[in-house]
Design a binder for this molecule. Structure first.
Ligand code: AMP
Length: 139
């Protein structure tokens, strides 16, 4: 299936709709997931258009993984996590709901399961505070 430029992350990347932004460089944007599965759930989104990992340019992947690592390390510290889960879904059957490549960085806490994927909207104030915490840890 072809990349659809009207997907919600493409619209965020174009600045058409807001996000709780943590970081941006020439190749990627990092922002808070609005329906977090865990406190501090963050998305690392390459700017280059691809539906997911399956059609991504390997050069884009080579640049994005070090950023995923950087965000994971910062998120573990910022949110006092015991661990971090990284997730990346491909096509509807693979659990994907937004068809622009992204990596989930999810702080994990001993004994705490993940919330259901893309289900419960978080308060904007909580997302804003978490974005600031993560920004500080990345600085
Ligand atoms: P996936 O199912 O891997 O495509 O994940 C898409 C993620 O994007 C889900 O975790 C949603 O909660 C999240 N999401 C959907 N819309 C937005 C939005 N406008 N801003 C931030 N995160 C979003």
């Amino acid at each position: 299936m072809a990349y659809d430029t009207s997907n919600i992350f493409a619209r965020i990347l174009r600045g058409e709709i807001p996000c709780h932004k943590v970081y941006e460089d020439a190749d990627a944007v990092v922002f808070m997931d609005v329906m977090p599965q865990t406190a501090g759930h963050t998305l690392v989104v390459p700017k280059a258009p691809s539906r997911n990992l399956l059609d991504a340019d390997p050069a884009v992947l080579a640049k994005i993984i070090p950023l995923v690592q950087k965000v994971a390390v910062a998120a573990k510290a910022a949110f006092n996590a015991d661990g971090i889960s990284i997730a990346q879904f491909n096509e509807s059957a693979g659990g994907q709901t937004v068809f622009h490549l992204h990596f989930h960085v999810m702080p994990r806490y001993e004994g705490q399961p993940l919330q259901i994927h893309a289900r419960q909207m978080e308060d904007a104030a909580v997302l804003a505070a978490n974005a600031e915490k993560l920004k500080a840890a990345l600085a």
